[in-house]
Each structure stands twice: as C-alpha cells, then as structure tokens.
Design a protein around this ligand. Structure first.
Ligand SMILES: CC(C)(COP(=O)(O)OP(=O)(O)OC[C@H]1O[C@@H](n2cnc3c(N)ncnc32)[C@H](O)[C@@H]1OP(=O)(O)O)[C@@H](O)C(=O)NCCC(=O)NCCS
Length: 97
C-alpha cells in the first residue's frame, strides 16, 4: 500500500498485490482530490516502482464496467483494456529496452 501525496497532502492510496511478477493495482482517492489528474499520475508513479525496484513484468487492474472515471484514469496512464466483459481487465507490460 502506498499513500498518494498531492502537494504534500494525503490524497488517497494505491495498492499493489504481487504474484508471479505480476502486480494487480487498485487505487482510491478521497473525493476532494478526484478529477484533477492525480489518479493517472499516481498510477505512473506506481508503475515506476513496479517495473523498477520491484522488477515486475506486468501490472493489471480490474475495473467495474460502469466506472468511467477509473477506466479513463487507467487508460490515461497507458493501460490497455484486454477484456471488455465486466469487470474490465486492463494491463500494462514492461517495455524491454
Ligand atoms: C478513479 C480515480 C482513481 C481516478 O483518478 P482521478 O485523479 O480522479 O482521474 P482524472 O483526474 O484523470 O479524472 C478521471 C477522468 O475521468 C473523467 N470522468 C469523471 N467521471 C467520469 C464518468 N462518470 N464517466 C467517464 N469519465 C469520467 C474525468 O472527466 C477525467 O477525464 P478528463 O481528464 O479527460 O476530463 C478516482 O476518481 C477515484 O479514486 N475514484 C474512486 C475510487 C475508484 O473508483 N477507484 C477505482 C477502482 S478500480
């Protein structure tokens, strides 16, 4: 679990459950901090940790099909929808240099 800091304030949490070098991501921002682009930034920061020091190969998320804000935030962070049946599965794979 990581605390999301925005301008030094605690804005929410991101969680990463790790199994077999794959991380499952979930995110929750407190209502006052939503709709300002913090979610995609927090997901990008989590990706840096996941693909960097944690050495994961893939990160995934499962989002309820009617959660448009969450789907938009994950897609802005570069996640790709891989299954459209509810809940929507999204993933991002580590780029090999
Ligand atoms: C989902 C969440 C992490 C997104 O983070 P955020 O910082 O609010 O994301 P953004 O600021 O990029 O805003 C979300 C985007 O979705 C859009 N959006 C908001 N509500 C929407 C809706 N009902 N349908 C479609 N898009 C919506 C916003 O307009 C924005 O898009 P835009 O920048 O192109 O206008 C955050 O809103 C949150 O914590 N929500 C409650 C918990 C939750 O649902 N977590 C995800 C569980 S999988």
């Amino acid at each position: 679990m990581y605390i999301v800091l925005a301008d030094g304030h605690e804005a929410g949490v991101v969680r990463l459950d790790v199994a077999d070098a794959i991380g499952t991501v979930s995110i929750y921002l407190s209502p006052a901090w939503r709709g300002r682009g913090i979610g995609p930034s927090a997901l990008a920061a989590l990706e840096s940790i996941a693909f960097g020091p944690l050495g994961l190969r893939r990160i995934e998320a499962r989002v309820k099909a009617d959660n448009g804000a969450s789907l938009a935030a994950f897609q802005k962070a570069g996640f790709i929808a891989v299954a459209s049946k509810p809940p929507v599965s999204l993933m991002k794979v580590r780029r090999e240099d």
